[in-house]
Write a protein that binds this ligand. Structure first.
Ligand SMILES: Nc1ncnc2c1ncn2[C@@H]1O[C@H](COP(=O)(O)OP(=O)(O)OP(=O)(O)O)[C@@H](O)[C@H]1O
Length: 590
């Protein structure tokens, strides 16, 4: 065998090849020194082979892809949609997820994009209402709390299949689940966004749609009758979108203390608006199917509470926007309004925010004190308080007239007016706006069509004071039932413990009775409803009417939640103290 020393020519190309095939120069050196072979002579052949293999692989993949595309049905689910949360929630509860050998363990299954992290605890084992917990907390709170805190530290783990392809069966169909990461797009600070694919064999995707419907149902059923709240906020792509932020137990309407007439007018109006007949009525007459309410009054008088209670009563979701948000632009607000579902409550808080409060002309409604405005507003509310849809104003010139610059002032009045009832504005929603300063608002915002009913909230009058007292102290049927059930359970346990200690011959020291502990913890006192009503009158005698907000009164009563008698005795002192504090704050403010 003759040895051909590597020629200058063949070796000069090696460093360049090294950039493509790292280590090639070392291997080439090894071959030439020990085996006396110049492998650089084969470079072109290697490249040719590699190209052929790559081309064949690409062809095969393309053919396979086409084959798959033709003979399978696939649904793609993107992370920026709520369906992602449905599917992941459902998948995490399937047996194949638990058995898979490649999984992702996390404390939540939602996308983190569409779904706010607070919500991740929603389906955790929250047994705060559990009667067993109440018994043990009444027996020995410290050890109950230690256990509770220990449990809370351990967040339930959600196991979902890792990236890649997984197969499982759904209603006897073989389904392929694929999870992919979009490495090219970074998702805020977190990991890149993901895409999910579910596929089945055949050209009929119905089974996949059924799967998604089941996933949606499982996800939605978990909410029960809770009120779901979405918030309009910026996502990591810097776009505004609705983010589900919490699910709250519905607030009974009866817990909102407000003049019964006003309360029932508000609810009846919403019910009538949601009636299918009304929808047709609006459409037949060419009137945009929208309804707006303005709730106004000082802070802490129950505006948000009424809105939440109404949403709970009507099983509607709340879409919350705060006009005070520094990052909310007019475009963002318009986008949020365009992506509202058909039936929902949009809660627009603080409509007296900077840009909106700038009236079209300074000569409009002069600014007055809160109390007098409240009365005026109530009067105007009465005028507008009609379930008949108000006619659209003939001219919408008010939308375009606004000359105020919105730069750095948030959403301007003209933009808000356009968004609320512009041509592109969605239909079917219920708009509830709240403000502490109705006197600052331009009449254009309050005109029928934009605001169809106004509800005025004010400081607590005598009736409100009594109702708030009753709301805290009157025995509730559900609590009486559960307290007596707990007491019965505790009594049985006590009896069993007693028998046990007798059997063991422990006559010893007796611990205080559990059932008496519970009644001490839960029952305010053994006052009858009539007596509580009597006390409510006494309480109302001691608090001046029209001076304090319901929130302030509720705060005071909560300090004495176990003793209405104490609340009555300390009421006058609290009034004096609160007045002094307010005066002090005012002096500091000046
Ligand atoms: N009319 C009311 N009936 C029952 N509870 C009330 C009432 N007003 C206030 N509260 C209680 O006071 C607290 C604050 O009430 P809420 O948030 O509804 O007030 P608000 O008028 O919306 O205040 P803000 O203008 O500051 O948003 C809540 O805990 C609520 O239960």
């Amino acid at each position: 065998m003759s040895y051909a020393a590597p020629t200058q020519n063949s070796l000069t190309g090696i460093p360049m090849v090294d950039t493509y095939l790292s280590g090639f120069s070392v291997i080439s050196m090894f071959f030439s020194q020990y085996l006396h072979m110049d492998i650089s002579a084969y470079i072109s052949l290697v490249f040719l082979l590699a190209t052929v293999v790559a081309t064949v692989r690409l062809r095969v993949e393309t053919v396979m892809e086409k084959f798959r595309g033709y003979f399978t049905s696939t649904i793609e689910v993107r992370m920026d949609d709520e369906v992602f949360s449905y599917l992941m929630f459902w998948i995490s509860r399937q047996r194949f997820s638990q058995k898979s050998t490649r999984v992702v363990a996390s404390t939540r299954t939602n996308s983190g994009y569409y779904y706010y992290s607070d919500d991740s605890d929603e389906d955790s084992d929250d047994s705060d209402d559990d009667e067993g917990d109440m018994v043990s907390a009444s027996n020995d709170f410290d050890s109950y709390w230690e256990k509770r805190v220990g449990k809370d530290k351990l967040k339930p783990l959600r196991i979902t299949p890792a990236e890649g392809t997984h197969n499982f069966r759904f209603r006897n169909y073989r389904i392929t689940f694929r999870r992919e990461r979009e490495e090219k797009r970074q998702f805020g600070w977190g990991s890149p966004p993901e895409k999910l694919y579910i596929s089945c064999f055949g050209r009929n995707p119905d089974i996949l749609k059924d799967l998604l419907l089941e996933a949606q149902k499982m996800y939605v059923d978990r909410d029960g009758d809770r009120t779901i709240i979405y918030r309009g906020q910026r996502n990591s792509d810097a776009c505004f979108d609705w983010t589900r932020c919490m699910a709250r137990s519905p607030r009974p309407l009866s817990t909102v203390v407000l003049d019964e007439g006003q309360k029932s007018a508000f609810i009846s109006d919403i019910k009538e608006y949601l009636h299918p007949y009304t929808r047709r009525w609006y459409s037949n007459r060419g009137i945009p199917y929208r309804r707006g309410y303005m709730l106004h009054g000082p802070p802490g008088t129950g505006k948000s509470s009424l809105c939440f209670a109404a949403a709970g009563t009507m099983h509607l979701k709340i879409y919350l926007i705060s006009l005070n948000s520094k990052t909310l632009t007019e475009d963002a607000l318009a986008t949020l309004f365009q992506s509202l579902p058909r039936r929902c409550i949009v809660l627009l808080e603080d409509v007296d925010a900077a840009g909106v409060a700038n009236k079209r002309s300074n000569s409009t409604t002069p600014s007055t004190g809160t109390n007098s405005t409240s009365t005026e507003a109530s009067a105007s509310a009465e005028q507008k308080n009609t379930s008949t849809p108000a006619p659209e104003s003939p001219s919408d010139g008010d939308k375009t007239e606004n000359t105020d610059s919105s730069a750095n002032q948030g959403v301007s009045l003209s933009a808000l007016l356009n968004i609320i009832d512009g041509v592109a504005s969605s239909e079917g929603r219920i708009l509830v706006m709240t403000t502490n300063h109705i006197e600052k608002l331009d009449p254009a915002l309050l005109r029928p069509g934009r605001v169809d009913m106004t509800v005025a909230f004010g400081y607590s009058d005598r009736e409100t004071l009594k109702d708030l007292f009753l709301a805290i102290y009157a025995p509730l049927a559900c609590e009486i039932k559960s307290t007596s059930a707990i007491s019965r359970a505790a009594a049985v346990r006590e009896q069993e413990n007693g028998k046990l200690s007798l059997l063991k011959g422990h006559a010893g020291r007796r611990t205080p009775s559990t059932s008496s502990n519970i009644s001490q913890t839960f029952s305010v006192q053994s006052s009858s409803e009539e007596e509580i009503r009597q006390m409510a009158e006494e309480f109302a005698d001691r608090i001046p009417s029209g001076e304090f907000t319901p929130a302030e009164i509720q705060g005071f009563l909560l300090l004495h939640k176990k003793s209405p008698q104490n609340a009555i005795e300390e009421a006058s002192m609290w009034v004096q103290q609160t007045r002094d504090n307010k005066a002090q704050q005012q002096t500091n403010g000046d």
